[in-house]
Design a protein around this ligand. Sequence first.
Ligand code: MN
Ligand code: MN
Ligand code: MN
Length: 274
Amino acid sequence: MYDLHCHSTCSDGQLSPADLVRRARERNVTVLALTDHDTLNGLPEAAATAEEVGIRLVPGIEFSCRWEGRGVHVVGLNFDPQHPQLLQAVEQQEITRWERAQLIGEKLAKLGIEGSFEGACRLAGEGGMVGRPHFAQYLVEQGLVADIDGAFKRYLGTGKPGDVKQSWPVMEEAIGWIRAAGGLAVLAHPDKYKVTRTRLRAMVEEFRDVGGEGIEVVSGNQNANVTRDMQQLAARYELLASCGSDFHFPGQSWQDLGVMPPLPESCTPVWERF
Ligand code: MN
Ligand code: MN
Ligand code: MN
């Protein structure tokens, strides 16, 4: 059982890399990729635990980037985690992330919401990667919205008053970093971008044209019709198929480690190239 997309406390997940790997093992995952947002920090601990419990850990990352003014995520798999260009890119992403978080804080302050940058940093924890989920948590904490979803809908999502996206690199750049380090670039959760199918095809076509090699045909415990659509998209652009839970924390049955439908048989799995 392959799970090639999940998060630890090194980004916005709730389990430490070690606990995450142990949970994956308990849930019958045999090949796991830890794909924290824009950081490689969890990989050494995850690799050590994977060896201990006897599963295979594939180096992974989920890069934030943009396509036509929209935030998109590109997962890198099976690269050299020591590659200098990749390390430099991760450092740059970290700076971008901090600058972006400050901008989100300023935008929210203009709406009369004070202290959100500090609050988000506190929630991200020491050494954590501050991001929109932490701002969302802060807004919930302040009683401004009922839940995380509401925070994105009202303040943080695409086109909302706290939305900042221009700072991320273009998709092509993120793909380049992954390829330079010998990895495979996979478009994350293509069904989650809230664009029309026509726009999604344009996104996937450009992704392929600038060096992307795969898409997540299966992301979490998704519906069969979504799987079929994504499989057709992979076939149309001759892309490899990946699958991952996008697990962040226990208690979400649609996003738990190893919980997802199998890849359709007509797909060429990305792991054939590992
Ligand atoms: Mn996340
Ligand atoms: Mn993502
Ligand atoms: Mn993710």
